[in-house]
Design a protein around this ligand. Structure first.
Ligand SMILES: *Cc1c(COP(=O)(O)O)cnc(C)c1O
Length: 363
């Protein structure tokens, strides 16, 4: 086991799951997003726990992530948010549900369903994120095309909102919700009732509950972050990243620390070397004091440039000895706060934790 550990707390996941459930009606289904190895944690344990908790759906970004879940025995419906045509045969082989987002992907998926009858698909509508999705205009022709094909069946209509975490952009979100309603009406008028409509991500569930339709898709909030400090305080971080102090130095004024004179001591000081670096996902942007880690619960800024396998911190006068643990983020040290120091977000920090960091599941 390497010296850096990402502890995955399944009890925290259960807490967040129940919190989210309490925010939606009992008729609304919950899709748990486990893409990017469960937001950088460990997708299988997360998926199995969500399954045990009664999640209705799981969501992944790419096909191979869904195939991996199936190979590990996950039987829950799995939505693939961004499938590629060359993988469509794997989607069908592993009973995954594709979110199709263009005429090209719809056409190619229909061609891939050689023997299938009414294979479940979801249509992704572009309501203003301008990332993926069918344009709202022109849906009638698509619906007609679908009506004539016995091979696929529209099980869901979805879209994705651009700024559910930003209430100053509420007007834009409201306009996206309106466009989604129009799209649903236009499709259903042509092909009849579609079982699932889903629009909201985590912040959407918390800030726009009126647009929950009958399914919501939550990722980040399940992992303990809600894009707002008030919400973060109600959730529990699932992942805690700890590393170790391997050496402590007392250095004189004028001493350099790390490569390229990344830090020069302005006074006599105590510094510590930690067993984690940019190869583990603690990017160089966290150097130069941008990232602050915790040793025995005391904040210690990262000094100099982050190295590949190590980084150095200013210990100040805090009590610490070689072999002690340092917490990068997690329990008692918000990943959102750590990420914010380097002008990024918890999503990026969490999903970037390297494969060298050992995942340890606790519950
Ligand atoms: C990643 C993703 C989600 C989950 O978003 P969170 O903000 O993590 O809750 C939902 N829907 C789509 C389409 C996504 O890509």
């Amino acid at each position: 086991m390497g010296p850096s550990i990402l502890e995955i707390d399944l009890a925290a996941l259960a807490h967040n799951y129940h919190y989210l459930r309490s925010k939606i009606s009992s008729e609304t289904m919950l899709l748990g997003v486990v893409k990017a190895n469960g937001y950088g944690s460990e997708a299988i344990s997360i998926a199995k726990k969500l399954d045990a908790l009664g999640v209705d759906y799981l969501g992944v970004a790419y096909t191979h992530e869904g195939v991996f879940l199936r190979k590990q025995g996950i039987k829950t419906p799995i939505l693939v948010l961004h499938p590629q045509p060359e993988e469509f045969k794997h989607i069908i082989e592993h009973c995954l549900e594709p979110s199709l987002y263009s005429n090209r992907t719809l056409q190619m998926f229909m061609e891939a369903t050689e023997k299938e009858y009414q294979y479940p698909i979801h249509l992704n509508i572009n309501t203003g994120l301008n990332r993926l999705g069918f344009p709202v205009h022109g849906l009638e022709a698509i619906s007609q095309n679908l009506l004539n094909s016995p091979r696929v069946k529209v099980k869901g209509i979805m879209s994705h909102l651009a700024a559910t975490d930003d209430l100053s952009e509420k007007a834009y979100t409201d306009s996206q919700i309106e466009k989604f309603k129009e799209a649903v009406a236009s499709i259903e008028e042509k092909i009849g009732k579609v079982p699932l409509k889903h629009l909201l991500n985590s912040s959407g569930i918390l800030n726009f509950p009126e647009a929950a339709f009958n399914m919501v898709r939550s990722g980040i909030a399940l992992y303990g972050y809600g894009n707002h400090s008030k919400i973060d305080s109600l959730l529990k971080p699932v992942a805690t990243l700890t590393t170790k102090i391997s050496q402590i130095h007392s250095i004189e004024k004028g001493s350099w620390v790390g490569y390229n004179k990344g830090f020069v001591a302005a006074k006599k000081m105590r510094i510590a070397t930690l067993t984690i670096g940019h190869a583990d996902g603690i990017s160089r942007v966290y150097g130069q004091g941008k990232g602050v880690v915790f040793v025995n619960e005391k904040p210690c800024p990262i000094i100099g440039n982050v190295c590949m396998d190590m980084l150095m911190i200013d210990l100040g006068n805090h009590e610490a000895k070689e072999g002690d643990s340092a917490v990068i983020f997690g329990k008692g040290a918000s990943a959102e706060t750590f990420a914010h120091g380097a002008k990024t977000i918890s999503y990026e920090l969490l999903t970037g934790i390297g494969a060298r960091v050992k995942r340890v599941i606790v519950s």
